[in-house]
Design a protein around this ligand. Structure first.
Ligand code: ATP
Ligand code: MG
Length: 349
């Protein structure tokens, strides 16, 4: 994570060449009849080269929409309203602001699916039911890598082998439904990696899988990361997974980052009461480290009626009347890449 003490105030260190992506005060809103939903409401964090950043938080906190914003592929009804997503493909390159690109324009289409790949929770939704796996892979490869048919086919087979699909040349002729859940997720990873991206956005890629298959997929991602120097943005509810794979952790609550830092700091020295509550909600039963989060007491506030002050104060055991219910917390750099937005912490400094 960014170690600049001015990180929080500056919303990330502008132009840090070690960062593949710098998300800077990003706002992605949905506009509907009932009002505006601020799904992502001033989010800043960075993704270092070759590292894994895990985004955690309860349902509806804006994790997926943050990922979709980086792909500049926000679902209908929503759009990026402000902020920047600086993408620097390599340290010597100039950065491109993905948020400023036309979502349907040539520039973004050249990056999405080629330099930034996505794997989602439901592989069936990502794969076409009416095209063979081989045809889908060859199409993506030819589109982005300008290979001929034969070369693209070889590249596709090689990629399927890389993700552990047995008899890859034969399986090129199969359709998505002919694969088991775990193998189908491998196919999705192959599709996402076909063009050898710099960043893989993995949105709960193992949630639908059994524990053994989940472990195999996490091992696979780790080995691919080591081989290609990939950065991974991994969205999950599962703190067991975070402990296993994260270098950095971003904790989100109601569209904002409440705390971010390296994995050891977040697990062993968290300062935000929400992070502490999340960690306390992890089931402690031995042998079930990957159980989903238990619910923290209280309700997530309505997306239309954010409470005044800190969004978490109605559920916060440490909230102080006259402060937390009135003032909007700002991100404070605590040290060594550790940032938190908490009025109690601001007060202690
Ligand atoms: N297509 C959409 N149309 C309108 N609002 C949306 C849409 N998608 C998301 N939202 C709003 O944005 C908020 C954040 O959604 P997001 O999908 O990013 O949450 P999440 O953290 O990924 O949750 P989960 O853990 O359940 O996947 C939601 O609470 C919802 O109100
Ligand atoms: Mg989600």
């Amino acid at each position: 994570m960014n170690t600049d003490p001015n990180f929080a105030a500056a919303g990330g260190r502008h132009g840090d060449r070690d960062q593949l992506i710098e998300v800077d005060d990003l706002r992605t809103h949905f506009f509907g009849g009932a009002g505006t939903i601020k799904a992502v409401d001033g989010v800043s964090f960075s993704i270092p080269r070759g590292k894994t950043v895990c985004v955690v938080g309860e349902s509806g906190s804006g994790k997926s929409i943050t990922g979709r914003s980086i792909l500049n592929q926000v679902p209908r009804g929503g759009r990026i309203v402000s902020g920047a997503i600086r993408y620097r493909p390599d340290p010597a390159a100039a950065s491109v602001d993905l948020a400023a690109l036309d979502p349907r324009g040539h520039g973004m289409r050249a990056i999405r699916g080629a330099q930034i790949g996505l794997i989602s929770q439901e592989p069936m939704a990502a794969l076409s039911p009416v095209h063979t796996i081989g045809n889908q892979m060859v199409e993506v490869i030819r589109l982005h890598l300008k290979m001929g048919k034969k070369e693209a086919r070889e590249h596709a087979i090689e990629t399927l082998a890389l993700v552990g699909i047995p008899r890859p040349a034969e399986r090129m002729e199969n359709y998505a439904f002919q694969f088991s859940g775990g193998m189908r997720q491998r196919v999705c990873i192959a599709l996402a990696l076909a063009c050898r991206p710099k960043l893989l956005i993995a949105d709960e890629p193992t949630t639908a899988l059994d524990v053994t298959t989940q472990a195999n997929i996490l091992d696979l991602l780790a080995s691919l990361q080591a081989e290609f120097g990939l950065s991974v943005l991994f969205v999950t509810h599962d703190l067991g997974v975070v402990a296993e794979i994260a270098d950095e952790v971003v904790v989100m609550y109601v569209g904002r980052v409440v705390e971010a830092g390296d994995v050891d700091t977040i697990f062993h020295a968290p300062v935000h009461p929400y992070t502490k509550a999340l960690l306390q909600s992890v089931p402690r039963m031995h042998g079930q480290p990957t159980e989903r989060l238990a619910i923290i007491d209280g309700m997530v506030p309505s997306r239309f009626n954010r409470p005044p002050g800190c969004s978490f104060h109605p559920r916060c055991k440490e909230a102080r009347a006259g402060l937390c219910d009135q003032k909007d917390p700002q991100p404070v750099a605590i040290g060594d890449g550790h940032v938190a937005s908490c009025l109690l912490y601001e007060g202690r400094r």
